[in-house]
Design a protein around this ligand. Sequence first.
Ligand SMILES: NC(=O)C1=CN([C@@H]2O[C@H](COP(=O)(O)OP(=O)(O)OC[C@H]3O[C@@H](n4cnc5c(N)ncnc54)[C@H](OP(=O)(O)O)[C@@H]3O)[C@@H](O)[C@H]2O)C=CC1
Ligand SMILES: O=C(O)CCCC(=O)O
Length: 461
Amino acid sequence: MINVTNPATGALISQVLEHTEDEIKAKLENGEKAFETWSSINAHARSRLLRNWSAIILKKKQEIAEVMTLENGKLLKESLGEVDYAVSYIDWYSEEAIRIYGRTVPASAESKRVIISRNPVGLVAAITPWNFPAAMMTRKAAPALAAGCTFIIKPAEETPLTTMKLIELAHEAGIPEEVIQYVNGDGAKIGSLFTESRSVRKLTFTGSTPVGKLLIKNSAQTVKNVTMELGGHAPLIVAKDADIDFAVKQTVLSKFRNAGQTCICANRVIVHEDILDAFSEKITEAAAGLQVGNGLVEDTDVGPIINKKGFEKIKSQINDAVEKGAEVLTGNAYSANEEKGTYFVYPTVLKNTERDMTIMQEETFGPVLPIISFKELDEAVALANDTAYGLAAYFFTNDYRVGTYLHDHLDFGIIGWNDGAPSGAHVPFGGMKESGLGREGGAEGIEPYLETKYLSIGNHM
Ligand SMILES: NC(=O)C1=CN([C@@H]2O[C@H](COP(=O)(O)OP(=O)(O)OC[C@H]3O[C@@H](n4cnc5c(N)ncnc54)[C@H](OP(=O)(O)O)[C@@H]3O)[C@@H](O)[C@H]2O)C=CC1
Ligand SMILES: O=C(O)CCCC(=O)O
C-alpha cells in the first residue's frame, strides 16, 4: 500500500494499492494486444477521442487541481494552471493526429513505386515525476495516443492520484481501458519490468539524470526507443543593458514557480558587475516578500518541498555555499517538522557565489537563487556552459547583438530571451548533454512515437 500524504500538513490523503509483478505483466500484455485495434482506428476517430478527453478534464478542472495541490503541495493557482497546461498537450496532439503524413519518392526504375509511411511504435511505457503530475503525463500520453500507440504509466509514488484521475477520465471519454493504463509501485521494480519487457517498444521518462541513465542502459536489452527529460541547471544571464525591473520579475517567475522544483527553473543567476548591486537589491526585496505556506491558502507564493530527501539536498547546498563564503541576502531559513514530514524552505538569495560551490554545479530543486557576477560576455557564456546539463537557459538584454551572440553560444535546448516562462504545448521541450534525449511538445513531440516504414512495389507496367 502506498500512503499519499499532503506535503504541506503531513496528513494522509489516500492509500493506493501497489500492483503486483503479475498484474503489471498482465497489463503490459493487454496494452500490447490493444495496440492492434487502436493503431488501426482511423486518425480522425482518435483525434475526436482525445478532444473528448480534454473536454471532460476541463469540466473537472477544480477537482483535479485540488487533488494535485493536496498530493504535491503546489499552489492551487499553479495546479489550476497545470490542468490547463496538461489539456493543451491533449488539444495540440488531437490536431497532430490527423497530420501524420507519409511520402512518395521517385523510384529508380520505371517498374517500381516507392511509398514511405509513418507508423506507431507500439506499446509505450512512461515513468513520471511528482513535480508536474498532470502535464508530464499528458505531454507523453497525448502524442502516443495520437500516433496510434497504446500507453502505460507509472506515476511517482508521491503523486499517483492526479494521474489516476486523468486516466479514469480518459476511459470516461471513450478511450478503451487497455489503451491507456497505469500501474503503481516502486520505481526501480517497475522500471525493470518495463525495460525487460519485449511488449514495450518505447520508454519515455521525466526525472533525475541518474535514473534516466539507468533506464537508457537497461533499455538496451530490448533496443527500445527512449525519450529522456532529465535534470537541468539553468543559467540566467542579466546583461549590462537589461531592463532590471523586468529581469527581476521574470527571474522570480522562473525561480520560485513550484517552490523551485522545476527542471527548467533558473538555477544560477549570472549578472553583469555594473548592475550587480541594483539587481541583487531588487531581487532580494522581491524574494523576501514571498509568502511561504500551504498551497491551498490564497496568499501563499511558495509551497512546501516535496519530501525530506529534497529538503536535505537544498539545505546542504545552502550550507556548502555559506561555508565557502557566500553571503545570504535573504532566506537560509526553514520550517521543518520531521514527525509530520513537512518541509518548507524560505526563498533564499545568495551573493558572492563561486564556481566550486555545489549549488553552482548541481540542480537544486528548491527556492534558492545564487548570484555570480561577470565582466565580459565570454565569461558569462563560459560560466553558463560549464555544466553537464543542457536543458534551459535564460538571458535578459535589449541589445540584439548581445542576444544573438548568447543564443549562438549557449548549449541548451530551450532558450528564453527576455522570457522566464518559455514552456508550451506547441514548442519542443527537451535538453542537450546529460539533460536528456528527444523532445516533447510541438511538431517534434510526436516523432518519437512513430516508426518509418518504407515500401518498394516492383513489377509495374
Ligand atoms: N526533470 C525533472 O523534471 C525532474 C528532476 N528531478 C531531479 O531528481 C532529484 C530527485 O528527485 P526524485 O523524485 O528522487 O527523482 P527520481 O528520478 O528518482 O524519480 C522520478 C520518477 O522515477 C521513478 N524512479 C525512481 N527510481 C527509479 C528506477 N531505478 N527505475 C525506474 N524509475 C525510477 C520514481 O518512482 P518512485 O516514485 O517510485 O521513486 C518517479 O516516478 C530532484 O531533486 C531533481 O533534482 C526529479 C523529478 C523531476
Ligand atoms: O520537468 C519539469 O520540471 C517540468 C517541466 C515544466 C514545464 O514544462 O515548464
